[in-house]
Design a protein around this ligand. Sequence first.
Ligand code: AOF
Ligand code: ZN
Length: 330
Amino acid sequence: MLRALELARTPGVPLGPNPRVGCVILGPDGREVAEGFHRGAGTPHAEAAALHEAGELARGATAVVTLEPCNHTGRTPPCASALAAAGIARVVFAQRDTNPVATGGSGTLRSAGVDVAAGLREPEAREVNAAWTFAVEHGRPFVTWKFATTLDGRSAAADGTSRWVSSLASRRDTHRLRGACDVMLVGTNTVAVDDPELTVRDDLGEPVPHQPLRVVMGERDLPADRRILNDRAPSLHLRTRDPGTALEELFARDRQHVFLEGGPTLAAAFLEAGLVDEVVAYVAPMVLGSGRSAVADLGVGTIGDARRFEVTDVTVLPHVPGDTEEPTVH
Ligand code: AOF
Ligand code: ZN
């Protein structure tokens, strides 16, 4: 299973709607006879890749898979039946597949006389596909809210200036995090005021190959000259102000991880709806005493009603030589 997990994590697989899955086939003497992993939506599943490599050696063998074999004909045929048809005697998998379209592989395998064991190294397998797992289990994408403030929680000075937010270290960090998501989300107001491009760029400012979908939500029309509508990455305008509706639409489009980069109003809407799952806060070592708050009024009047989170990680972002901006803590 450790080898199957390693296969699932093979670098270079493009981020897409499908989970990353690894599979190892062991002969009757316990030695590996074949292995495979999934290379992205539309390509063979891990089990199919391993069965292909195993050929006749699959007969009487054990398949070790990081995810329960699928039970459906989607972009590819069902793996549960393929494993049984190939003569696999035993399947050991880590994570149960609760994806409604694919679930039920264990039952199909058992009915075909295959011995099935579940749950080996399940936490590691869930971690490989954390966003996919969350989305399948909650029926909506996972939401990471990213924002930057001063020590006193201001995201811009009274005159609207906020240039320190673009410290080189925090910008690099943001691009890294954006690249791991499949949606970047802002409101129409941010697009009107800041006109962000919202692409993932390398240090030379060039867009990287994988670009998350750039999404603007809000009922207002967007002027056609906005950078978010340029052709450097795909973009989408969702004409709703309701966070739940927006997430529903994104889930329907197979999106699993939203990077929320909007301003105070959008942040407040998601927090109020209880739809922020993770927070990435860049805190600059400066105090303004006035200026725009990072979050609009949430209707919290007493401390007991505060929205609370747990600290999981604190990193001091090192100052990049030559950068004139202040260092930030992430
Ligand atoms: C994968 N790779 O190795 C396994 C998957 O319609 P499809 O072919 O895109 O199927 C996607 C679903 O199949 C996926 O969400 C998961 O539930 C199941 N198993 N998927 O992409 C694999 N074993
Ligand atoms: Zn499959």
